[in-house]
Design a protein around this ligand. Structure first.
Ligand SMILES: [Zn+2]
Length: 238
């Protein structure tokens, strides 16, 4: 479940709750409409739609979704467990089993990975894993077993994405020697004995290490960073 805050173009706000299915349909619609969207580290998302209405500057319609249970910082171990479940669409948790398979009860199976009942309970309690309806299966081909499908929650996927993409922009150098940034001597302005130019450029990078860029100005750098995080969020949804 998500808390939903809608901010209308006129500045008025509305509060509500959204199920995960509703949140997902909202995200898919936002992708189709090419809205700006950014996942938050706590598993939420902010969707901004520009309403032009024939003006030079658009009005904004903003929908912010925040999970009822905000996601904490994901440890490498938790991230590894969630990735195992993401990679296994047929992952399940054993709900009931007969002897000698009782020890399977509460365990999660995701292809070659198995998680202990305590770990599974913590991930479900924290809102990171979601269990589906029970179905009948067998432990060894003939002893009956009841299982529940398990998947990674939308909030967990958003948080995983946002936490994996910690972006940064560097402080511009400010006044530097012309030659230091490859400009010919004589460009720039005289400060005492030295010829200095203003270097406003800013480097941008991301903790995912798949991406880095130079921007001629820090404002542009911030724009690059936002574009990268938005692209990442889109990929999570489609
Ligand atoms: Zn990144």
């Amino acid at each position: 479940m998500f808390h939903e805050i809608v901010t209308h173009a006129d500045g008025s706000t509305g509060h509500g709750t959204a199920t995960e299915a509703y949140a997902l349909s909202l995200l898919r619609k936002a992708v189709r409409r090419d809205c700006r969207m950014e996942a938050t580290r706590t598993g939420g998302i902010v969707i901004t739609r520009d309403l032009w209405r024939g003006r030079v500057v658009p009005d904004h319609h903003i929908v912010a979704l925040e999970p009822a249970k905000p996601v904490n910082r994901l440890t490498p171990a938790v991230r590894r467990d969630l990735e195992a479940v993401l990679a296994a669409p047929d992952a399940y948790v054993v709900n009931q089993a007969e002897q000698p398979f009782r020890a399977r009860v509460g365990r999660l199976w995701a292809r070659f990975v198995s998680l202990a009942p305590g770990t599974v309970a913590r991930l479900v309690e924290g809102g990171l894993l979601v269990l589906g309806e029970p179905y009948a299966a067998t432990s060894n081909g003939f002893l009956s077993e009841q299982r529940r499908p398990v998947r990674v929650s939308l909030a967990a996927r958003l948080a995983m994405g946002a936490q994996a993409h910690r972006t940064r922009t560097t402080e511009p150098n400010g006044y530097v020697h012309a030659a230091d940034i490859g400009l010919p001597p004589g460009s720039g302005r005289n400060v005492g004995q030295k010829v200095l130019v203003y270097d406003a450029s800013s480097a941008v990078g991301c903790s995912c290490r798949s991406w880095s860029k130079m921007a001629e100005h820090r404002d542009v750098a911030r724009l690059y960073v936002r574009e990268h995080r938005e692209q990442m969020t889109r990929e999570l949804v489609v």
